[in-house]
Design a protein around this ligand. Structure first.
Ligand code: ZN
Length: 106
């Protein structure tokens, strides 16, 4: 039994909001996020951010980044209000995992 990932990462677009063109890459220790949600494959070691998301990451505005990321997903996948809560929780957990595994710039 395997969950179907609903988030498809491309090489050109921001990994966070999925809409902006990526302008900055963040090194990150590869991690596998498993929490029983459909979004689970995050084993890549480089996360690409658009300028708007990079600004939030650099300023450590994680709540704002969660909301921005959520906005993109809700629009792209027509997430219902009930599912929105679960997706928000997932994004918070996922961004917390990213934050823990992010390799600070030298
Ligand atoms: Zn972005």
């Amino acid at each position: 039994m395997s969950a179907q990932p609903i988030l498809v990462l491309s090489t050109k677009w921001c990994d966070f909001c999925t809409r902006g063109k990526f302008t900055k890459a963040y090194a990150c220790h590869p991690f596998v996020y498993l929490k029983g949600t459909p979004l689970e494959a995050h084993a890549h070691s480089e996360w690409k951010a658009c300028s708007a998301c990079a600004e939030l990451i650099d300023a450590e505005k994680w709540h704002a980044l969660t909301e921005r990321t959520l906005g993109g997903l809700v629009k792209d996948y027509e997430v219902s209000n009930e599912d929105r809560i679960a997706v928000r929780t997932h994004m918070q957990d996922l961004l917390a995992a990213f934050r823990q595994n992010m390799i600070p710039e030298a």
